[in-house]
Design a protein around this ligand. Structure first.
Ligand code: ADP
Ligand code: MG
Length: 329
């Protein structure tokens, strides 16, 4: 579906640009014709965009969320998500790969949890199970009083849309769309009224300090700015839990730190649970509340950090990255 829609959208965009040029060069009669053509092409683009939203809604892509619950002021003992003896085994011929192997874990509401571990230790698999992107081969995943393992595909899609936001290492923004359109997508999926969308988009982009760039396309932004846009998109529907799979993996260290500072700020202001996979232990120690280490599909250790303190960060020798300095307003 994406493969069909992208080229069509691109062609519609190119045709639109060509029509715009034609309008400038022709006399009145052809100008009207070109204007009509432009309107038709824009109509086609909007139609294709709408079709794409319908497709995403049917498949409930992970980057999309919708309004969910009241914010939590701080970490509580109420679980945002609880997993009990969860396994995800892959059958590979005779062999079985135990990507996640009998893991039990409780993530309290409002916690910032970091998942560490070597490559292939099962971090992404565990995150995807908690985000409802995959189903366990054994065990229970409880969120909001429901066991995700027992939900129908439709209910699981609703969980992904209603309760979680997702941020990826490679940002996963749609390249042909502006920042505004990228951030608008989850609102369309959640069928938020058109009149309300503008304010919500503005609010989300304001949180990541990118309102001035909303008509830009992702390719015109730095990596840090693209990740901030992806965060705005993940937050625009106010999810209960934000899952982030190596959100700083493609960024330089100062930009990565700026992204984590931002996530922490957003968590405090919106009240949210964050589960983040990372390779960067030093960042996890400074920003997360708790570190879990995985190895061979199992949880090896769990340790509380000294706790996040914006004041200590302010005094830490960490200049914002050059790419982010320019972007901040
Ligand atoms: P991490 O995120 O910690 O690097 P993953 O969760 O991606 O690790 O993978 C854990 C293990 O599961 C790896 O050995 C990986 O090869 C395996 N694995 C992941 N996805 C699949 C799959 N779809 N089919 C078979 N094996 C998989
Ligand atoms: Mg991974």
């Amino acid at each position: 579906m994406r493969r069909i829609l992208y080229p069509l959208l691109r062609r519609a965009g190119q045709a639109s640009a060509q029509s715009s040029l034609a309008v400038g060069n022709e006399r009145q009669g052809p100008r009207i014709q070109a204007g009509t053509c432009l309107l038709q092409v824009r109509g086609l683009r909007n139609l294709l965009l709408r079709l794409y939203v319908v497709f995403l809604r049917a498949n409930s892509m992970p980057l999309m969320t919708e309004a969910a619950g009241q914010p939590h002021a701080e970490t509580s003992l109420e679980p945002a998500i609880q997993i009990e003896h969860v396994s995800r085994h892959y059958a590979m011929g005779e062999e079985s790969i135990r990507a996640v192997d009998d893991v039990s874990l409780m993530v309290p509401s409002g916690e910032f949890l970091a998942l560490l571990g070597s490559s292939g230790s099962g971090k992404s698999t565990l995150l995807n199970l908690m985000a409802g992107l995959d189903r366990p081969t054994g065990g229970r995943i409880l969120s909001g009083g429901r066991n995700l393992a027992e939900l129908s595909s439709l209910e699981l899609a609703r969980y992904r849309r209603n309760t979680v936001g997702m941020v990826f290492q490679s940002f996963n923004l749609l390249p042909r769309m502006t920042l505004e359109e990228n951030v608008e997508l989850p609102l369309r999926l959640a069928e938020v009224e058109r009149g309300e969308r503008g304010a919500r988009i503005h609010e989300a982009l304001e949180r990541v300090r990118l309102t001035k760039r909303m008509s830009h396309r992702p390719s015109e932004l730095s990596g840090g700015e693209q990740q901030r846009t992806a965060i705005a998109r993940a937050l625009v529907n106010r999810p209960k839990i934000l899952f982030a799979d190596e959100p700083t993996g493609n960024l330089d260290s100062a930009t990565g730190e700026a992204i984590l500072t931002l996530l922490r700020e957003i968590q405090a202001s919106m009240g949210m649970t964050i589960v983040m996979v990372t390779h960067e232990r030093h960042l996890a120690e400074r920003f997360a509340d708790r570190l879990l280490t995985m190895g061979d599909g199992k949880l090896l250790s769990s340790a509380a950090t000294a706790g996040y303190s914006p004041a200590s960060l302010a005094s830490a020798p960490s200049a914002p990255s050059s790419e982010d300095q320019g972007a901040r307003q």
